[in-house]
Design a protein around this ligand. Structure first.
Ligand SMILES: [Zn+2]
Ligand SMILES: [Zn+2]
Length: 453
């Protein structure tokens, strides 16, 4: 009997796929995580592997690469990647990582069986993963720390999406790309390293002068507008500083490789290895962890590639950062001819969006992708971003206290962003909600103080 291995962290999907294959005469092995799946595969060498894409710890791309690089695994299996991601780039990345086929969730058993009837099985040469991080002993110094007991703060250094847009038309909101500073409970945490991180670095250098600082940079994903400012972050060039970068694997190559390669010649004159500061790139495996006393939760977002949002629990309240996301139900509402399929797909998409609502539930401050207005969104379906109407609706349903519209479109001038802000406030009032809405503006600082809020 032929053997298949199914890997999915969603128990319902895992059972459905396994049962479908068992009914079709396969002997089925099951794993609820990528790394345990790979171990099972190496041990039993199934002819077929069906793997989910977005899994914590070890994603579907990593599964494909691990299998394709296992030289003792011969003959190589057929690998089918299944995912809720409907983006062409994720299909292409899956194939590039070594998958033979890609199936979009929700999976109909008949679709999987139909695919298995078609001959497949091309294998690809894998590029080796450049893992590991620059290692140097942390300097034995007393670092600046945000004073425990003083209220946490959030400050915007870059609020623009896609590309920086300096100029007279963006003076009020700012033209720098994604970067937000949080100081809370002894920690200095930075969300993303878009071009805004340059001004943050300048401010830190002026504020702390020769006093060393310890910074944690949380990367949501490695699109340019979230990492391009990194080489211009002055604290990297001060030997006594300690900089920790945390993020998830970047779909084609590891986080370390992405950050290193944008600093390689001919793109940049100073390589990552030449930076004098203590620097550690940590590729995250868990979706919950702590930075000192701050609890961090991450969740995968619906955006091309591997992209997460973060939620911080601080002594002054909670902060969620979701710069790039497209609600599943919006994306999947496109008309289809088969009404049953349409109903199933919509129900599935709504369930995915409910996960996001739970992720931001009762949050004090949510910084959320609101790139388009409702009309613009119609011509940008599938670009991976939210329209302002949906951002407000999600925040209202989740009982969020304060929403910042974020990731402003590069084509939006101050007047446009402010008109979207007005509309968002009207919408919140129409919903009968107390939700406060502001457009994120460079330089604005918010003090979180749950006790006095
Ligand atoms: Zn972005
Ligand atoms: Zn992006």
């Amino acid at each position: 009997m032929k053997t298949a291995l199914v890997i999915d962290d969603d128990p319902i999907v895992l059972t459905l796929l396994a049962r479908t294959l068992e009914d079709a005469g396969w002997d089925v092995l099951k794993a609820d995580a990528g790394d345990t799946g790979v171990a099972l595969a190496i041990e039993h060498r199934p002819e077929l592997i069906v793997t989910d894409l977005l899994m914590p710890r070890f994603n579907g791309y990593q599964v494909c690469r691990a299998i394709r690089s296992a030289q003792t695994y011969f003959p190589q299996p057929r690998i089918i990647v299944v995912s809720s991601s409907n983006y062409a780039t994720d299909r292409a990345n899956s194939i590039d990582a070594g998958a033979d086929d890609f199936l979009l969730k929700p999976i109909k058993p008949v679709d999987l069986l139909h695919l298995l009837d078609i001959e497949g099985g091309t294998t690809f040469l894998r590029r080796s993963d450049l893992m590991g991080s620059k290692s140097a002993a942390p300097p034995d110094t007393a670092f600046f720390r945000h004073a425990i007991g003083s209220p946490p703060t959030v400050q915007f250094w870059g609020v623009r999406g896609s590309i920086a847009t300096p100029g007279p038309s963006t003076l009020k909101c700012g033209g720098n790309t994604t970067c937000v500073e949080v100081r809370a409970d002894g920690e200095l945490i930075v969300f993303d390293a878009g071009t805004g991180i340059r001004n943050l670095g300048r401010k830190l250098a002026g504020e702390f002068k020769s006093q060393p600082i310890e910074v944690t940079i949380l990367i949501t994903h490695t699109h340019w507008d979230h990492i391009q400012g990194f080489p211009f972050f002055i604290p990297l060039y001060v030997p006594q500083n300690q900089i920790r970068i945390m993020g998830y694997e970047g779909s084609r190559i590891g986080l370390q490789s992405v950050l290193t390669s944008q600093m390689e010649s001919p793109f940049f004159p100073v390589s990552m290895q030449q930076l004098p500061g203590y620097l550690k790139v940590q590729e995250l495996k868990e979706m919950e962890f702590n930075i000192g006393k701050v609890k961090v939760t991450a969740a995968f977002m619906n955006h091309p590639g591997i992209c997460v949002g973060y939620r911080l629990e601080t002594s002054g309240g909670s902060i969620a950062f979701i710069p790039d996301n497209e609600p599943h139900s919006r994306l999947r509402m496109a008309p289809v001819t088969d009404s049953t399929q349409s109903h199933e797909v919509l129900a599935y998409a709504q369930k995915q969006d409910e996960k996001l609502i739970e992720f931001i539930r009762d949050c004090d401050v949510v910084i959320m992708d609101s790139q388009y207005d409702g009309v613009e969104y119609k011509s940008h379906i599938g670009w991976g971003h939210t329209c302002v109407d949906d951002a407000v609706a999600l925040a209202v349903i989740a009982n969020v206290k304060k929403l910042f519209l974020f990731h402003h479109d590069p084509d939006h001038d101050d007047a446009k962003v402010e008109s979207m802000e007005e509309w968002a406030r009207e919408l919140a009032a129409i919903h009968g909600s107390k939700l406060q809405v502001d457009a994120a503006r460079e330089g604005v600082k918010v003090v979180l103080n749950r006790a006095t809020a």
